[in-house]
Ligand binder design. Structure first.
Ligand SMILES: C[S@@+](CC[C@H](N)C(=O)[O-])C[C@H]1O[C@@H](n2cnc3c(N)ncnc32)[C@H](O)[C@@H]1O
Length: 413
């Protein structure tokens, strides 16, 4: 008998996408934006002129494969993106999207991650696997086989479901299992789920969780993916880290980083002092428990022996680059020493910005390095010393990188 998860994605590709929309927009996001993966996996120093092979494992309807292939093509990279999924209907959507964009740098493969080793796909510099490992019968074995296909200097961009932010989903999945029989087909399952959804009392935990909205507005494929999945588990921060370490990998960072900093949420000096004593993972776990709205964990990982770190924002040769922000618009909007506000599932960030924020914001163009940004500012303020600029840029960077909108490129190695 076919695997129920494979049957599910054959019948209902997820997320639903219309290839005609490629003419209107490129869907971007974390992980796997090119500048973001370069920042976290390669310390910003990857030379995309050198051959680059990426795998999108469980590529679905194509979001990551299309974004990555498009950004690599735009960068003139010498790259191949391998898309792997076991659902042929899902692959057809991704292929149509690639065709609409005339992308020629994606190789589409149909196959199962469970038999990954026998697919002979070779080795990769980067692997994206989003929303897939938590659906495997043995997620640890799945991650280990992906890690085995990674070049020593490569890395992974991963997404796992997060338990706390998914409050209410699992009791409803269990309720539906109680109402359904093995013989019920996909249409019947959906009909039963919709009837139950329509009758939920106001006290139901999914109804009381206002952060789970996306799947419920995505039609049948969203409802099935959320409530009728045959295999679906979730992880907290500590479990995510254990999961990564068990595959001989090291977690580089959760993104957006500001959501994983307790100091994004608390300002009391005594609490901050206690937070200082915690390890990075303990801080992230604390942040998750304080904010409560993280529905998924997006993070980058590299091999345990790989010492790479994201570039520290204090070298004149680093080039700051925005992820989908317009420098002119931003420069005009920011106030000196204001705060950066952004909305994340009910939480509104208020990240401190330095006095020079509007001026710095308008000078970031993905070409000027920090030395050149400093020089341009000195044309307006001749006494602006590098140390003062660097101190202000660190605050600017903590805010914008914290919401995953600013990365750093380093001279390539
Ligand atoms: C929730 S979707 C996520 C798709 C995509 N990664 C994204 O983020 O939009 C999960 C995908 O993983 C695929 N998948 C699940 N288990 C798989 C397996 N064992 N082998 C290959 N693909 C698998 C499904 O077919 C489905 O397309």
């Amino acid at each position: 008998m076919a695997d129920p998860v494979q049957e599910h994605y054959e019948a209902l590709p997820y997320p639903p996408r219309d290839p005609r929309d490629e003419a209107k927009r490129l869907i971007t996001g974390s992980p796997s934006r090119l500048d973001e993966l370069n920042h976290y996996v390669y310390g910003g120093a990857r030379d995309f002129g050198k051959p680059f092979r990426a795998l999108v494992a469980g590529g679905g309807t194509g979001d990551a494969a299309i974004m990555l292939a498009q950004q690599l093509a735009d960068a003139g990279a010498n790259a191949e993106v391998v898309y792997l999924d076991w659902s042929k209907t899902t692959r057809a959507v991704a292929e149509a999207r690639a065709a609409a964009r005339r992308l020629t740098n994606i190789r589409f493969v149909s196959g199962s991650l469970i038999e990954f080793g026998s697919l002979g796909l070779g080795r990769f510099d980067y692997i994206d696997c989003c929303g897939v490992l938590h659906h495997l019968p043995d997620p640890a074995a799945g991650l280990a086989s992906l890690a085995g296909a990674l070049n020593d200097e490569g890395g992974l961009g991963l997404m796992l479901y997060a338990r706390l932010g998914r409050t209410g989903i699992y009791p409803l999945q269990e309720a539906l299992r109680g109402l359904l029989n093995d013989a019920d087909n996909i249409d019947t399952r959906l009909a039963v789920a919709k009837k139950l959804l329509a009758q939920l009392p106001a006290t139901n935990w999914l109804k009381r969780n206002p952060f789970v909205t996306d799947h419920l507005t995505e039609g049948d494929s969203g409802i099935f993916d959320l409530l009728l999945h045959a295999r679906d588990r979730a992880y907290d921060v500590a479990e995510t880290n254990d999961f990564v370490e068990a595959a001989a990998l090291r977690l580089v960072a959760f993104v957006p980083e500001a959501r994983y900093r307790p100091e994004s949420y608390v300002s009391d000096a005594a609490l901050l002092k206690r937070i200082e004593r915690l390890s990075p993972i303990e801080r992230a776990a604390l942040a998750e428990n304080i904010v409560g709205n993280l529905k998924s964990h997006v993070f980058y990982a590299v091999k345990r022996a790989n010492p790479v770190t994201p570039p520290a924002p204090d070298r004149p040769d680093l080039v700051p680059v925005y992820c989908e922000l317009d420098p002119a618009e931003l420069g005009a909007k920011l106030k000196p020493a204001g705060v950066l506000t952004a909305s994340f599932e009910g939480w509104q960030s208020k990240l401190p910005l330095p006095p020079l924020a509007p001026a710095i914001a308008g000078l970031i163009d993905g070409k000027r390095n920090l030395g050149q940004v400093h020089a341009a500012l000195r044309e307006r303020r001749a006494d602006l010393a590098w140390d003062e600029f660097a101190a202000q840029f660190r605050v600017f960077y903590a805010a914008f990188n914290g919401i995953a909108r600013l990365m750093l490129r380093a001279p390539s190695r």
